[in-house]
Structure formats: structure tokens, C-alpha cells
Design a protein around this ligand. Structure first.
Ligand SMILES: [Cu+2]
Length: 303
């Protein structure tokens, strides 16, 4: 006959069984959910150097926070077990001097300072525009960038020649409730080439966005291509990206801007440089044609 277990041992056994059943259930749920959500705690995969910086900052912060949580909760459980009240004995009194307090506070302070430094470095790196790569559009229109510039050759003062690696400068104008994209380049018949909601850009090319709004506050956010930036009435803000892969990246206006806000989506279609140039040509022809048709109608209306 097995010896009768003490009540505390029975309790430990029940607790252990409950914990392992719970862990098993969680594991099964995670395995089943995995195909649906690639990684539920990770941000979208980065497809631009600045988005990569943001990812690094995210993971460093998450891992440090998780490690601290594990260490402190572990210490708490150990302390609870070790110093709990036992039958027939009074709990041990434990006192810690200022020495241990200062040491723990010092260590935590160092962790906080280290995180702060990582944050400053990654933010600075994410803000700085990188030059276009060898597979990008080389005939990019160079204009002076107001954002910090990381090794981007600036054009000679007074020169119209674009510098190598210079960014493609595009206006992203928010309005209730869509985005209008204005592409660089002189045109004869139309003021400019523009598109709505879908921005088409060449791959491996630094794209500098002048973000504006014609009405209320909007916010630009394409997670795979960098951080969020506000479109503020009366001013121009800038952000940039350099897409590393052809594809279509979704984004959204992430600031509530009125009843039509949910429809205010963004798509960035990244294509090969030749395809970009074809797109701009096609768009220019379509717009010229549309403008001609409108002028024709106006003339007819006047007659
Ligand atoms: Cu908006």
C-alpha cells in the first residue's frame, strides 16, 4: 500500500498537473494557429532599411522586457516558496540592507540607459535617408532633402544634373479620404503626373516623401516600409523608404480623420525601374487624354 501523501504534497501534485495540462493546451493552440498568423507578436517583415531599424528596436525592447519579467516573477515565486509560513513555525523575517537595494536599482538603471541608447541610435538611423541602390532608378530627380541624409550625394549647387543615388521625391497629399501621389518630372500638357491611393515606385530606389494634407490631420503608415508620419495642415513633413523587393505593400492612414476614415487605405506598388518609367509614361498619356476630353466638353458646353 502506498503511503498516504501529506496534504501539501497532494496540493503540489495537483498544481503540477494543472500547469502541465495548461502548457500542453497552449502549445496545441499555438501549433494550430501558426499557419493563420505567421508570428503574432512580430511586426510585418521589413522591406526598407528604416523599417528594419524599427524592427530591431522592437525586438531588443521586447526581449529585454520579457527577460526582466521572467527574472522578477521567478524571484518572486522563489521568495514566496522559501519564506512562506509553515505549520508549527513562524515565517522567517528577512531584511535587506540599502546595499542590495542600491545594487538592484543600479543594474536596472543601466538596463534603462542601454535601452534608451538603443532607441536613440535606431531612431537616428531610421530617420536618415539612404542612397538609391545599383538596381534602382538612376535618373531620379534630385532635390535637396530636409531630413537627415546618410551618405547621399547632394547635387552641385545650381546644377540641374541629378546626383547619383539621389532620392525620387514624391508628394503624398492626404485629403478626406484618400491619398494623392504627385510624381516628379516636367510635363508639357499637364501640370503633373499623379495617382490616387496606390503609389507606384521603383525598387532599390530611395523615395523621399513630402507628406502634406489639404484638410485635417492624416497619418502615413506602411508598416513594411517604415514608421508613421503625420500629415499636418500648413506644413510639410518628410519620410522616406527604399523598398528591397518588388511587391505590393499595404498601409493605412492611422489617424482618425472623419466618417470616411476606414476607407483611407494606402498601397505601395514596388516595380522594376523600367516598369516605373512605363507607368509614368502611361499615366501621363492617360491624364493628357482625360484633360483633352474635359476641355472638349467645356468648349461644347460654351457653344
Ligand atoms: Cu486620414
Amino acid at each position: 500500500m502506498a503511503p498516504a501523501l501529506s496534504p501539501s504534497k497532494t496540493r503540489t501534485r495537483v498544481l503540477r498537473r494543472a500547469l502541465s495540462t495548461g502548457a500542453l493546451a497552449l502549445g496545441i493552440c499555438a501549433a494550430l494557429a501558426a499557419p493563420a498568423v505567421a508570428n503574432p507578436i512580430a511586426p510585418d517583415p521589413a522591406h526598407s532599411p528604416n523599417a528594419e531599424d524599427i524592427r530591431v528596436a522592437y525586438w531588443v525592447t521586447l526581449i529585454v522586457a520579457a527577460a526582466l519579467a521572467v527574472v522578477f516573477l521567478g524571484a518572486l515565486f522563489v521568495a514566496l516558496r522559501r519564506f512562506r509560513e509553515r505549520r508549527g513555525a513562524s515565517p522567517r523575517r528577512v531584511t535587506g540592507g540599502t546595499g542590495i537595494t542600491l545594487r538592484v536599482a543600479g543594474a536596472l538603471g543601466l538596463v534603462a540607459v542601454a535601452l534608451f541608447v538603443v532607441g536613440v541610435l535606431t531612431t537616428e538611423s531610421a530617420r536618415k535617408l539612404e542612397p538609391s541602390g545599383p538596381d534602382g532608378l538612376t535618373a531620379a530627380t534630385a532635390r535637396h532633402a530636409q531630413v537627415g541624409v546618410k551618405d547621399v550625394p547632394q547635387p552641385e549647387p545650381g546644377s540641374d544634373e541629378p546626383a547619383e543615388g539621389a532620392p525620387l521625391v514624391i508628394n503624398a497629399v492626404g485629403q478626406q479620404w484618400m491619398w494623392r501621389f504627385e510624381y516628379p518630372g516636367e510635363r508639357e500638357d499637364i501640370a503633373e503626373v499623379f495617382s490616387y491611393n496606390e503609389l507606384v515606385v521603383p525598387v532599390d530606389t530611395a523615395v523621399l516623401l513630402n507628406v502634406r494634407t489639404v484638410d485635417v490631420l492624416h497619418r502615413w503608415f506602411v508598416p513594411a516600409l517604415g514608421g508613421q508620419v503625420d500629415a499636418v495642415p500648413g506644413t510639410t513633413t518628410q519620410t522616406w523608404f527604399k523598398a528591397d523587393e518588388v511587391g505590393r505593400y499595404p498601409g493605412a492612414s492611422t489617424m482618425y480623420s472623419g466618417t470616411g476614415f476606414p476607407a483611407m487605405r494606402i498601397w505601395v506598388r514596388v516595380v522594376e525601374p523600367e516598369e516605373y518609367e512605363q507607368y509614368i509614361e502611361q499615366r501621363a498619356n492617360d491624364l493628357t487624354e482625360a484633360q483633352g476630353a474635359v476641355e472638349e466638353q467645356n468648349r461644347e458646353a460654351e457653344e
